[in-house]
Design a protein around this ligand. Sequence first.
Ligand code: PLP
Length: 352
Amino acid sequence: MKKHNFSAGPCILPQSVLQQAANAVTNFNGLDLSLIEISHRSKDFVAVMEKARSLVLELLDLENKGYKVLFLQGGASLEFLMTPYNLLKIGGKADYLDTGTWSTKAIKEVQTLGTVNVVASSKDKNYTYIPKNYTIDETADYFHCTSNNTIRGTQMKSFPKTNIPLVCDMSSDIFSRELDFSQFDLIYAGAQKNMGPAGTTLVVVKESILGKTGRTIPSMLNYQIHIDKDSMFNTPSVFAVYVSMLTLQWLKDLGGIKAIEKINNAKAELLYNEIDNNPLFEGSAVKEDRSNMNVTFLLKDESKKEKFDKICQEAGINGLNGHRSVGGYRASIYNALPLESVQVLVDLMKQL
Ligand SMILES: *Cc1c(COP(=O)(O)O)cnc(C)c1O
């Protein structure tokens, strides 16, 4: 039976991408060799890496603006550490906005290297909103925020203006909506939320912000080394990079971020409308800060839980449970999830 995959990550990918990826695992580019058994320095794989990089810049409208694209390993979690290594001066200080579990983890890593100042936090209300009206210290080395809070279902709708480097963890909403991406100096994202399979992390960095810390950076953590080696300082995650490239090509063919944003808005509107109008459900996040990628909600009448879970399962719905730290429900409606799947879920909510 066809499944409706609302998984938060790793998450749904386009069917056509999965098919192409499956073919490449047995016979890549008609070479009679697998994608995952040839050299990452072969002409065929180098072309994949180059294509992936150029698609990222094209889709984000960052071509010829001084940005470099990297495909690294270690997940977004390693970027929590790489960011301060590469941007925090010795004796310096970084400003962070705390909007949930992932921000908190990022803040923890900075503390291993220097001083971190939390400009604002929504911890007081269980991270159900995005703090606003905070002040960034313009003498800090950089400001870090999380654009979309995958676990709590909140999303930043705008970003602060600042003259210091603006760093953003976009793991769960990159390529989902139009933004002026040139306002950011460093963007990172684990691939497995909206771009590809787990195993690679996208980093888009303005090269001019690097090399200013005075600190010795271990090679594997040094963005400049990865830039100089075209993301091949060591063996890259070839399969994850390839599938990410296919997904980015799929997005481009669809009309790019502008086109997918329309679809994403339609999906989010459909689901939030039902949550707001159905007396059995309520949204978990403050309305104005609701995420268009991870829709978190509660079933008000616990006695209906068993029935709801059962009809969801029978309809082929996967991955609807809230994060283990929060409970409730979470429908992740990433780029590749069709509107039709949201309609199936909404119909079940109406039936309950
Ligand atoms: C999933 C997630 C992470 C962690 O990503 P890994 O690739 O598993 O390290 C970090 N930040 C956000 C916003 C996430 O959604």
